[in-house]
Design a protein around this ligand. Structure first.
Ligand code: CA
Length: 312
C-alpha cells in the first residue's frame, strides 16, 4: 500500500508547517504527517523547513537588527518565546513574492510557529479521537550545522519522540535526514531502532557533506541498506522524461533500491508544479506508483493523491 506523506502538511492549501495545515492533511487521510525539525537558541525544537525564519515569517520587520552578516535570520538566534510572536505566511521567495502564487495568499490570517512536541500532541489527540493511526515523518535538519551551533539536534529530537511513544521499529514513524553519516550515527551510536530514511539530493544543493552521486550507485545503495529502511530521492532522480512523445523511463534507482530491500519514498508531488515532462498530476502519480512501483510519496496535495490511488 502506497504511503501518502503530507509534505509540510497540506501545504498546497495552507501555509506550510502550520498546525492548521497538519490538521487539514490529517483530515484528508494522509498516512504520515511530515515535520522538519530545527533548534531555537534555548534548545527547543520547532517545526520549520529552513534553518532561517525569513521566507515564512515577518521576522525581518519585527527584529530588523537580528540578521547575521549574510542578511538571514536564523532560528538558532531566537528563543522560542520570540519565535512564537512571529506571524507565519505562505512561503515567499528572495524578492518577497509567493513561491506558489496560486496557493494561500501571503501575509493573510494568523498563523504561528509551533514546537515538535505540540505537533505530536495534536496528532496523538486526533488519533485518539478518530481511532486512526496516522504516523509521523520527522526530518532532522542540518545536524552538522546544528552541532557547529552548539546543539546535538539528533539526540534532542529522539528524546522528544520518545516522550510521545516513538522509539521502536513497529511504531508509526520514519526518521529522515539528508546527512548519511548522521543516520549511521543515529543507528549505531545512538542505538535508534525506528525506521530510518536516507534523503537523496544533488551534491550541488550543499545540504550536507554526503556524496549523493555515490549513494545512487549499486555499492552506495547496498551500503545504505546496512543502515536505513528507505530512501527518499528527488523525483527527478527516478526517471528520464521521454523526449519527442516518448514515455518517461526509469533510471533504475527504484529497482536498485528494491533489490537491496529498501523502500522508495520520493519527493515532491505538487499538482501546481509538475515534474519535467508531465502534463498532468494524475499521469505523474500513475507513472511513479503503477509503473515504477514506488512505496510512498511526499505530496503537498494529500487529498489529490488519496483520491487517485483510491479510484485510479
Ligand atoms: Ca523535509
Amino acid at each position: 500500500m502506497l504511503a501518502v506523506i503530507a509534505h509540510r502538511g497540506a501545504s498546497g492549501y495552507l501555509p506550510e508547517h502550520t498546525l492548521p495545515a497538519k490538521a487539514m492533511a490529517y483530515a484528508m487521510g494522509a498516512d504520515y504527517l511530515e515535520q522538519d525539525v530545527v533548534a531555537t537558541r534555548d534548545g527547543e525544537l520547532v517545526v520549520l523547513h529552513d534553518i532561517h525564519l525569513d521566507r515564512v515569517t515577518d521576522v525581518a520587520a519585527r527584529y530588523p537588527d537580528r540578521a547575521r552578516p549574510d542578511g538571514r535570520y536564523y532560528v538558532r538566534d531566537f528563543d522560542l518565546a520570540e519565535i512564537r510572536t512571529l506571524c507565519v505566511t505562505e512561503r515567499l521567495d528572495d524578492t518577497g513574492r509567493a513561491v506558489y502564487p496560486g496557493r494561500f495568499p501571503p501575509h493573510t490570517g494568523r498563523f504561528a510557529v509551533h514546537t515538535l512536541a505540540e505537533e505530536l500532541a495534536l496528532l496523538a489527540g486526533l488519533n485518539r479521537a478518530t481511532g486512526r493511526h496516522t504516523g509521523v515523518y520527522p526530518e532532522i535538519k542540518r545536524p552538522a550545522w546544528h552541532r557547529e551551533q552548539g546543539i546535538d539536534i539528533s539526540v534532542a529530537m529522539l528524546e522528544v519522540l520518545a516522550t510521545y511513544g516513538y522509539a521502536e521499529r513497529a511504531d508509526a514513524i520514519f526518521v529522515q535526514c539528508f546527512d548519511a553519516a548522521e543516520l549511521v550515527r543515529i543507528r549505531r551510536e545512538l542505538g535508534c531502532r525506528m525506521r530510518l530514511v536516507q534523503l537523496i539530493g544533488e551534491n550541488s544543493w550543499g545540504e550536507s557533506d554526503t556524496d549523493y552521486d555515490y549513494l545512487r550507485t549499486e555499492p552506495g545503495i547496498s551500503e545504505l541498506a546496512g543502515t536505513v529502511d528507505a530512501i527518499g530521492p528527488w523525483v527527478n532522480q527516478l526517471y528520464s522524461p521521454g523526449s519527442s512523445g516518448q514515455p518517461p523511463r526509469s533510471t533504475g534507482l527504484t529497482e536498485r533500491a528494491h533489490d537491496a530491500g529498501l523502500l522508495v519514498h520520493p519527493y515532491t508531488f505538487r499538482a501546481d508544479d509538475l515534474a519535467p515532462g508531465f502534463t498532468g498530476f494524475e499521469r505523474m502519480v500513475s507513472f511513479f506508483c503503477d509503473e515504477l512501483g514506488i512505496d510512498g510519496l511526499f505530496t503537498d496535495f494529500p487529498d489529490r493523491v488519496r483520491r487517485l490511488i483510491a479510484d485510479p
